[in-house]
Design a protein around this ligand. Sequence first.
Ligand code: WTA
Length: 655
Amino acid sequence: MSQQIDHVFDENRRFVPSEEFAANAIAGPELYDEAAADREAFWAKQSRELIDWHKPFTNVLDWSNPPFAKWFDDGELNVAYNCLDRHVEAGRGDRVAFHFEGEPGDTRTITYAQLTEEVKRVANVLTDLGVGRGDRVAIYLPMIPEAVASLLAVARLGAAHSVVFGGFSADSLRSRIDDAGAKVVITADGGYRKGKATSLKPAVDQALADRGDGEQATVQNVLVVKRTGQDVDWNDERDIWWHDAVATASAEHEAEAFPSENPLFILYTSGTTGKPKGILHTSGGYLTQAAFTHRSVFDLRPESDVFWCTADIGWVTGHSYSVYGPLANGATQVLYEGTPEYPEPGRWWDIIEKYGVTIFYTAPTAVRSFMKQGREIPQKRDLSSIRLLGSVGEPINPEAWMWFREVIGAGDVPIVDTWWQTETGAIMISPLPGVTETKPGSAQVAMPGIAIDVVDEKGEPVGDGAGGLLVVTEPWPSMLRGIWGDPDRFVDTYWKMFADKGYYFAGDGARKDEDGDIWLLGRVDDVMNVSGHRLSTTEIESALVAHEATAEAAVVGANDETTGQAVVAFVILKESFLKQHGPEGLAQDLRTWVGAQIGPIARPRDVFIVNELPKTRSGKIMRRLLRDVAEGREVGDTQTLADTMVMSAITKQVK
Ligand code: WTA
């Protein structure tokens, strides 16, 4: 079957960087030339400039056994030293590393000197618990400063962390602990979310309990942060209070150097079926690309910027752009524990105003939920400190991009739409803010030093103006080094499709426009085949979001007797529109609208107006479940949903 994807939706708006921004930008156009001249030399130079190597590397890339890459192989470094001590040693210890804001409103200001000291103490505690190089530590915490300190303390010891998102169940936690063979779990009594104290420790107790199958958990100790003060069950032999152990631990700790390819972390992605995949990242290459992309894509000025990435630390975005990239660069950040709606919808904008956030990095799903609530809410706050906006996690529809720019960015700040994955470790495709003429909805160009193409099923480039499969054609420093404990699955999942070419296939569809700029089209599994036309979900969704009534849309292909598959759309309306007009007749209007915007081929057979869409805990729409509804089936496995009630509500609305 052809893997070409038809292009149906045009977007012609263009935004050149302001002269002022371009003149002062951290990253200039010469980066592309340097990288094109010699990719490996380019990365070696970035690494030497951005990272302190205890033992300098001489080898850059070892690709003698693809797809198992080694970067900067003979070099040695300590990742935590690079994120902490070296800033203090250089006299920047008083700089704020984090403005922490808890959901109830408690705040803490943490300098680089303070964070360094805390991490040294935690490293000493972990050493006493027997954690050392090569061990694994599971981290199951809310978004509090102790989470950042935990990651760094584990990294400091040359052990690997496996962060499990706090919203996951005891079973998910146990399977991840087992798979990684974790020795210690770091958790908290609970955290604050939506105005309530939620609990974490009971899930750890349950995860570690004897299941009567003769398999003991590998965990020997549980280190517990007191966050909410709620009652917890206690196992004296196993459990240790963070505040007891860390307070009495020594604040002296020398960072030891570890080889560049020493594992840094495992992060589980759910995958579509079966056992979660433990994506493995290592040290030197990962840190190099995280730091380089953070600095150049966000135009970071560490002395004056306040950077806020809203992602939870349980996701890769939180790893690379709340911890490793920004801290390696000595940035000042905001860390917020809770949800955007508590105590009321404007909380994020209050935080931006309060801390003078200059660079704001979030997900399209958040932007669309703000569009739904209406622009009056952010417009009541002073957001004038913002000078750059970033987006990650899903394609951002052109209309959401425009809203983001106009309402949050005062109509004149650059937006960087950054494409990457847990597997890629760091940003791969993005505009450079002082260089690229941006197009709403396009992630645009491969980063300097990154080789991307859009190909057909044989691996041949589709060329400008056509759609197909997004591939990475050359190894990159922060690439995943494997799936934990399963090298065959690593090869099968990512490298088999284009084995003869040696391309990494990412699972995403994309299109190159006439200028060669890249537009992400969603997962290729979600591509619809309507009367022989292969249509992406993204373009039809973007057309729906371009209607004044719509805040968010998801489309799926449902079996259809005449067309093979038919387009079925699920749409969330803007609250302001609902107040003025109500939903009557809107489904028909939206069908006609899409027909006019794109053409009859893409006109949805059905449009359902709904209040919510099914999303994963990291905010991605789960179209598989909507397909079940559209085809009248029993809805499939909803375990990975953030809110399992959403599907019954949608099923009811559809009926
Ligand atoms: C999607 C998140 C379009 C894509 C960093 C990818 C995007 C998956 C974008 C990885 C973007 C991420 N435009 N799609 N800017 N960024 N995606 O592993 O489908 O949570 O494969 O990593 O998110 O999600 P993950």
